[in-house]
Design a protein around this ligand. Sequence first.
Ligand SMILES: [Zn+2]
Length: 95
Amino acid sequence: MPQFKCVCGNVFSLITIPNQQESRLIRNAEFEHIAERFMGSCDDTNVIFEALSDVANSVTECPECKRLHVCTSKRGAAPRYTVYAPEQEAKGLPD
Ligand SMILES: [Zn+2]
């Protein structure tokens, strides 16, 4: 995916891998399962990367509006995104 178009209209490049716009979102339970499965028993980073990619959602942040586009489709399927926009400065939240 060399270019990404945000819902705000901004188009930006994702050619550089890794880049500053893409992240991964993984549930703690999945992270712990993979850590327990591979730590100390697997040196093949490709195997670990594949396992993480199967359960982690790709998250792309627009550098202009800071919206987060969370890819909710399975690997290999057409990408489908849920988009989250930043709230105004939050006040009154607990520390
Ligand atoms: Zn945007």
